[in-house]
Design a protein around this ligand. Sequence first.
Ligand SMILES: [Zn+2]
Length: 361
Amino acid sequence: MKRTTVRLADGRELIYFDRDENADRGAADRRDLPPRPPAAELRRDPLTGEWIAIAGHRQGRTLLPPADQCPLCPSAPGRPTEIPAAGYEVAVFENRFPSFSASAPDDGAADPGGLGETRPAAGRCEVVCFTADHDASFSTLPPDRVELVMRAWADRTAELSALPGVEQVFCFENRGAEIGITLGHPHGQIYAYPYVTPRTRRMLAVARAHRERGGGDLFAEVLAAERKAEVRVVGRNEHWTAFVPAAARWPFEVHLYPHRRVPDLCALEPAERAAFGPLYTDVLRRFDGLFGVAMPYVAAWHQAPVREGRDLACLHLELFSIRRAADRLKYLAGSESAMGAFVNDVLPEEAARMLREAVTN
Ligand SMILES: [Zn+2]
């Protein structure tokens, strides 16, 4: 793999990942870009103890531009984009509108008179372009491209984990206008947080308590139980199993676990990395086949935090959709949004059966 780092006109880093060792990635960004925004602010909710990033500058983000103005397509003569090259395989760059960044904070933005703790939202946000093809989707990527994306994710996880103050690296993809994406080009994002996120913190606490009660590795036990029960398994191969979790929160939710417990993407062996794409893209095509319409989804890589719980955490991908029927979406309304208490209208065993039987194209 060839890895080339360049700087965009406003100083942001862009990294090309290529299988072709001779790929020429020297094109310069000649745009006249405004300076990068100040860092967002983190405020701790005094009642829940959770950190909230306040990023006022994100209101001005580009929102669903027409395809001929897509900033993630390669640059063409007279149409410079975020990616100066005329073509690329996988490209990763710093988000122009980051929720977390190393920029200096805006003076005077600190929570006036609040009870909660505040600090700059240090960290980093990156955009990962999976392909130069605007009309592709992750489900149509060939296996060798998925592997290259995985190597890019692992590279970024290692490098961002080493940044000062970063506590957790989260690689994810939001897909579909219904999920709230602002750009249609196939891409994902990476957040390097300066704290351990609430959901990860809770999962690690449960796994720790399980071990302290004399239990074993909770993630491994869940995987073993699902593989044995089979009823919620959607697909599997030598190195990975995809199943609907017993207590799924979303109408269609699938978790993909490697059979060997590893803390993060960096720890996967080449054979494990190679085996992921064929199973995952099959699951994505089953999602799209459920109702014959493209499924909006979130695909979330759960990785061990940088410092905490690395012996407890288990790398896995959680994929879920908010679509519950061809013409119906699941909205996070009162119970979920206000209380964090999920109600799922689809029986997980039924969701698994529907996914196994879905037509894939
Ligand atoms: Zn595009």
